[in-house]
Design a protein around this ligand. Sequence first.
Ligand SMILES: Cc1ncc(COP(=O)(O)O)c(C=O)c1O
Length: 387
Amino acid sequence: MSHLMSNYLPLDVTFSSGKGCWLTDDKGQQYLDCLSGVGVVNLGHCHPTITKAIIEQASTLLHTSNWYHIENQELLADRLCSVANMDKVFFGNSGAEANEAAIKIARLHGQNKGVENPIILTANQSFHGRTMATLSATGNSKVQAGFAPLVSEFIHVDFNDIDAIKTFDGNSSVVAVMLEPIQGESGVIIPDDDYLNNVQSICNSNDWLLILDEVQTGIGRTGQFFAHQYNNITPDVMTLAKGLGNGIPIGACLTKGAASELLMPGTHGSTFGGNPLATKVSLSILDVFEGDNILDNVNKQSAYIHSQLSAALKDYSAVKEIRIKGLMIAIELNVDCSTLLQNALDDKILINITGNSIRMLPPLIIKKDEVDIMLEKVIKLINNASQ
Ligand SMILES: Cc1ncc(COP(=O)(O)O)c(C=O)c1O
């Protein structure tokens, strides 16, 4: 009997090593990883620059405390603020923690304005994490089931429905709007091109904070370093995690302007957050992005995948929609998907099934010959499912 709690239901496979886009199981069989540990291992498994950074930092200093200055943390904050055009950073260890910081900042913004019960607007079908506040922000009743009472004052509106947000125009209890630029966990839901711009306009005119959860979309996943850069906007608050550590736990909450002045000494913290090891790894990830034209590869492979999938699947009645931005890919089917995960595993490819969509988040370093293997296996999977 396993002594692990039953909150996960793992597939029957154990991986023992990885390199680039490939994982090897304990029987020596190779799998093409088209999920990247759910959008985490963006630079592939055991990237040599990251491995070197881990070894060097682990042999120098792992942890002190945020009670002392941490040089790597300050360097990383400088570089993140520079690429994001933002002002300040708080470091935690996960996406949920980054979002907790964002939610606390929104509450403080409300308190400063004398708002008694500050409301945060979030979206239906969103995902923001599993802590009490972030699951309350999440627009999915399955994530919330059993955990009442939820943290109050989150109001969920339909994603990509600007009118739903406009109905709160002038409502002085609202303090923030919190959104994923593209909804990841609910199956790569891409809003209209100007949706975020319109949300930002409403936020600006009402003095609401625009909080963008880029935990999944950030660090190059969509073909821009941050997904909101497609809109030429800067949010008041942005959260990051996943690809920021490539497997080493780290989360970050970045702020711009007045939102940067809200967390004061003693109001928030984390024992491990931003420790010398995690921040060194993130610095090395930024180095790789700068040196290796990662975004060019994302955009090149994305265009190729899009054209290949569109051509190959155009006559499939089982295919409802293909959604792709950078290397966030979903193929929505209108057939039963319940066996697809296991079928894919049997064919040595790692994907995810979200609702009725096949979701793929391959490493951003994936090469054309690996993309061809991915396409061949996925088309075969859909072919079999359509029979
Ligand atoms: C958009 C988004 N926000 C937050 C989270 C939570 O991140 P973590 O699991 O690191 O707490 C996730 C995880 O999938 C996510 O996709």
